[in-house]
Design a protein around this ligand. Structure first.
Ligand code: PMP
Length: 355
């Protein structure tokens, strides 16, 4: 605490990201990073950007990157906004679109950054409980006013909504913004991007951190009607003109252009997820149906906290949350085959000792 803080800072409770410890031989399955590297072409482009031109500011509009993203997603560049990770894109979205007279709605169990942005920006919000199976029920949102943000697939459950359900949500809230955070969409869910044509209130946020293995580069983006994007740009240009450096813009472009690498990596993650799910079920875990690069699991006889601690002692890191309704669960990132074998071996040992 410092007496020099503003009143705003005194009232904040910041988001706590997963740990990044330096433990030798660590199996790191706590922050949904990719076990595979980014596209070699992206690395090459980043290296090429590490040149004398770094003395010059980057393109503040990231024009070329927005053009490449627009072509990839079959929209126009005016419908694309880019930022320093999707966290920054989300922060600008909260400021630009989600502060409205009626409270912002989001699920009680979702990405825990959402309430943090609300407190930072003074946004009133109301949470809507997931149903008994930990699913988002669109019926619980349709008759309520106010803008909405949902992660699809949801985090940390991994459960996805269909595109038809998102369309129903956007139509029911046509006079306010509906934001879909698709950080994990490439691992088996349907993107809502094709819906933006018919729904001028719909904003879809994606990231290069997960399916493109570029968490360290910090590139995220939003796709929606040009009017929504203009709102985000107004906030961005009131905050930081150059959120993406030259290496980030170059690496992101090269990643989008290497579709073969992207497809191969996401298919491998989905295969490893199927194998891990089967292995965890054999160990007695309940595994929620995941469309993400993680699974959300609980064991009927062991607390989430005890399992997370026992795994950590074996140099396997998974994520445990203490929030209500999810304290029994572990969120486990889908790693490589070798990493997942280390995890299941460690779990065998722990369950045998305490069973
Ligand atoms: N949305 C969700 C649901 C996430 O889990 C994350 C990762 N913590 C993000 C957005 C932000 O990812 P990034 O800033 O790396 O794009």
């Amino acid at each position: 605490m410092s007496r020099f803080w503003s009143e705003l800072v005194h009232g904040l409770s910041p988001y706590v990201p997963g740990e990044q410890p330096q433990i030798p031989g660590l199996v790191k399955l706590n922050t949904n990073e990719s076990p595979f590297g980014p596209s070699p072409k992206a690395i090459e482009a980043i290296r090429a950007a590490a040149a004398d031109t770094l003395r010059l500011y980057p393109d503040p509009q990231a024009t070329r990157l927005r053009e490449v993203l627009a072509a990839y997603h079959k929209v126009s560049p005016e419908q694309v906004f880019v930022g320093n990770g999707s966290d920054e894109v989300l922060a600008h979205t909260f400021a630009a679109l989600l502060k409205q007279p009626a409270p912002l709605l989001f699920p009680d169990v979702t990405y825990s950054f959402y309430p943090v942005y609300c407190r930072l920006l003074g946004i009133d919000y109301a949470t809507v409980p997931l149903d008994a199976e930990m699913r988002v029920r669109i019926d619980d949102y349709v008759d309520r006013p106010g803008p909405v943000i949902v992660a699809n697939p949801n985090a940390p459950t991994g459960i996805a909504l269909s595109r038809a359900e998102i369309a129903r949500l956007a139509a029911a809230h046509s006079d306010v913004a509906v934001v879909i955070d698709e950080a994990y969409v490439d691992f088996g869910a349907e993107t809502a991007i094709p819906l933006i044509r018919e729904h001028p209130n719909l904003l879809v946020v994606q990231t290069m951190s997960k399916s493109r293995a570029l968490a360290g580069l910090r590139v995220g983006y939003a796709i929606g009607a040009a009017g929504l994007i203009e709102g985000l740009t107004r906030v961005k240009d009131s905050f930081n003109s150059y959120p993406l450096g030259r290496p980030a813009q170059a690496g992101a472009i090269a990643s989008i252009e290497d579709d073969a690498h992207f497809q191969q990596a996401r298919v491998a993650i989905m295969q490893n997820r199927a194998d891990l799910t089967a292995a965890l079920v054999r160990l007695g875990f309940e595994v929620l149906p995941s469309s993400a690069n993680f699974v959300f699991v609980r064991h009927p006889d062991h607390s989430g906290q005890a399992l997370a601690t026992a795994l950590r002692q074996r140099a396997v890191l998974v994520r445990h949350f203490t929030a209500p309704r999810i304290a029994d669960y572990l969120r486990i990132t889908i790693g490589s085959e070798t990493e997942l074998a280390r995890l299941t071996d460690a779990l065998h040992e722990v369950l045998a000792q305490n069973g």
